[in-house]
Design a protein around this ligand. Structure first.
Ligand SMILES: [Zn+2]
Length: 409
């Protein structure tokens, strides 16, 4: 066996009770064993090592626009209006610069893959898309970026968007996304997106049921369309906050239907908490999809960032440990098993949702992130920092531990 490029020693990984050494050669994991030889060694010091966080739902194109927007009001309608106004003046360079900031942050917090929506419509044309296509290629050494051509403002009310979505797919977008709650005809909107998904043989990702009315859900139409098109395993429903307002018996029934249809659900807790429940003058509802219940029923679930520093979410640093912690707090999770499950929702389960491998075994790409925590549950509890990362065996970031200064001599 050739000499390894380096050995990551003393790493805790899934499926092993005690720390192991991981040797890396030619960009792949060469071996995993309690003790491996190698001159160049990186000490994991018992930290958790995994293939990195996966942000299954983020909007790189409209991040970091707070200073362009009126932030004195809140709520979903205001966020949509303010962002649409700002979007009309987006330039390609502008989108590229703002998206780059988010990618820098994501990489530095241990994210190795993300799915970004990019809006294509008569306001912004393909300017955002062109920027993200360039970014996807230029950052491939640090992170896998999927690009979802997205109809945020509706389709039947703006038919030009349909033509732009087709152009976006022809230019190289990875998948299509719809937003039925923004379309006067939600069912036709869902059908248009599935027509595109079939035409381009790609996944479909929907922003759906983003309110707290337990009635009038669009999820049943999405389930029916997914089954009619044979698209199980290739469809994701984002937000689905309505589920948090439904009676438990109705949530259980919907969970079974989502599972049987092969539709995953992604909660966006920072946005959902910020935008939902604005009507209440006290005891504001949490309004985050009940993922723990859905996951126990067999629905594949994810937690993701959604937005960073815009009217939908005026916060954020693209740190998925923070997002899993926020979700766990809102969902009243406390046991190690539940915290481990919420870690998976920003890691392995999130990867599966967007169709990516997420594995750490001999022969796999040496794409690894080292956390300053001994387990996934502790990483979520403590929002543990990511200390270092590698993609295909090459280092992508370092975040050294802080050093405290002693008492004056
Ligand atoms: Zn979104």
């Amino acid at each position: 066996m050739p000499a390894p490029d380096f050995v990551l020693s003393g790493a805790r990984i899934a499926g092993q009770d005690a720390p192991v050494d991981i040797s890396v050669a030619a960009g792949r994991i060469a071996a995993i064993a309690p003790s491996l030889p190698g001159d160049l060694r990186v000490a994991a010091q018992g930290g958790w090592v995994f293939p990195g966080y996966v942000d299954a739902h983020i909007h790189l194109d409209k991040a970091h626009i707070l200073e362009r927007c009126d932030m004195t009001q809140g709520g979903l309608a205001h966020a949509v209006t303010e962002t649409a106004r700002a979007k009309a003046s987006f330039t390609a360079d502008d989108v590229y610069a703002r998206a780059s900031l988010v990618v820098d942050a994501a990489v530095s917090h241990g994210t190795t893959a993300l799915r970004s929506f990019v809006e294509v419509d008569p306001r912004v044309g393909l300017r955002g898309l062109e920027s993200l296509l360039a970014l996807r290629d230029e950052r491939a050494h640090q992170i896998t970026i999927q690009i979802c051509a997205f109809a945020q403002e509706g389709i039947t009310n703006e038919p030009e968007t349909l033509t732009l979505l087709i152009h976006a797919m022809q230019r190289g977008a990875d998948l299509v996304g719809g937003c039925p709650y923004r379309d006067p005809d939600p069912l036709a909107h869902i059908d248009h997106i599935f027509d595109l998904a079939q035409r381009f043989d790609c996944d479909a990702d929907f922003h759906i049921d983003f309110d707290l009315d337990p009635q009038n859900a669009d999820l049943p139409a999405l389930i029916a369309a997914t089954q009619a098109r044979g698209w199980g395993g290739r469809v994701v429903a984002g937000h689905a906050t309505k589920l948090s307002a439904m009676a438990p018996v109705d949530v259980a029934a919907m969970a079974r239907r989502l599972r049987d249809a092969g539709i995953g659900v992604v909660a966006l807790p920072a946005t959902d908490l910020f935008l939902m429940g604005r009507d209440a003058d006290r005891l504001q509802p949490r309004g985050v999809a009940p993922l723990a219940t859905l996951a126990r029923a067999g629905v594949r679930c994810g937690v993701a960032s959604n937005n960073i520093m815009n009217p939908f979410t005026p916060y954020g640093d693209a740190n998925l440990a923070r997002m899993a912690n926020l979700f766990a707090n809102v969902a009243h999770l406390s046991t190690d098993d539940d915290l481990t499950a919420s870690f998976a929702m920003v890691a392995g389960d999130a990867a599966a949702l967007i169709g990516l491998r997420h594995s750490l075994a001999p022969g796999d790409p040496a794409t690894m992130v080292l956390l300053d925590a001994p387990s996934p549950a502790m990483a979520v509890r403590a929002i543990a920092p990511a200390r270092a990362g590698w993609v295909n065996g090459r280092p992508t970031f370092e975040r050294p531990a802080p050093r405290l200064h002693g008492a004056p001599a």
